[in-house]
Design a protein around this ligand. Structure first.
Ligand code: AMP
Length: 213
């Protein structure tokens, strides 16, 4: 059993790393943002309600997000654990998670905020399988085409500069305070986010191996 949180500001690389950790450890990546975008794409009533949050970068309501996560982690593919990517993001969500389960380690990606704006603007995602690329730092083999499934790559609306800056401000105000909560619980590990995708990944694997030892 292994339960991990990838934590950090928007565009710090939580999703990229969660995807790699999922492959390494054979446990699912649970990305709240992806679950929300799927609901929007399926045009469910829930999707209609959350579309405005996604477009503006504001955080969705805690009760809805917690429900989404608790449904997801109760599925059979989570029996050996999971990687939470983008959850929790508020103190309310962190408290609900504490009632639900204990996670083994919170991997906090520490990175300069301005660098994050550049990363977001170059990010491309697969419309089909949600794989994540960057035009400079992690390009697909053929421009605009997903290596994994061959579908077209898109720029997410929430990767536009204004939205990115807004999300960074929301992170600072609402999500960064959780660091103190995790630090008190004793399961927070700081990861140097400036080391490139493989360098960050190696630090994460080391941190996971340390808590499992
Ligand atoms: P992400 O793909 O993780 O960057 O999330 C994209 C957007 O989904 C965020 O800007 C929020 O509007 C929403 N979202 C994702 N995770 C959460 C969460 N844990 N709580 C509230 N809103 C969230």
């Amino acid at each position: 059993m292994l339960k991990v949180i990838t934590f950090g500001p928007p565009n710090a690389g939580k999703g990229t790393q969660a995807q790699k950790l999922s492959e390494r450890y054979g446990i699912p990546q649970i990305a709240t943002g992806d679950l929300l975008r799927e609901a929007v794409a399926r045009q469910t009533p829930l999707g209609a309600e959350i579309k405005s949050y996604l477009d503006s970068g504001r955080l969705g309501p805690d009760d809805l997000i917690v429900q989404l996560i608790s449904d997801r982690v109760s599925k059979s593919d989570c029996a050996c654990g999971y990687i939470l990517d983008g959850f929790p993001r508020t103190m309310g969500q962190a408290q609900e998670l504490d009632k639900m389960t204990e996670v083994d380690v919170v991997l906090n990606i520490v990175v300069d905020m301005e660098e994050l704006v550049g990363r977001a603007i170059g990010r491309r995602t697969c419309g089909q399988c949600a794989a994540v690329y960057h035009v400079s730092f992690n390009p697909p083999k053929a421009p605009g085409v997903c290596d994994r499934c061959g579908s077209g790559l898109i720029q997410r609306d929430d990767d536009r500069e204004n939205t990115v800056r807004n999300r960074l401000r929301i992170y600072t105000e609402q999500t960064a305070p959780l660091l103190e909560h995790f630090r008190r619980k004793g399961n927070l590990v700081d990861i140097d986010g400036s080391k490139g995708i493989d360098g960050v990944f190696d630090q994460m694997v080391e941190a996971i191996e340390n808590v499992r030892a």
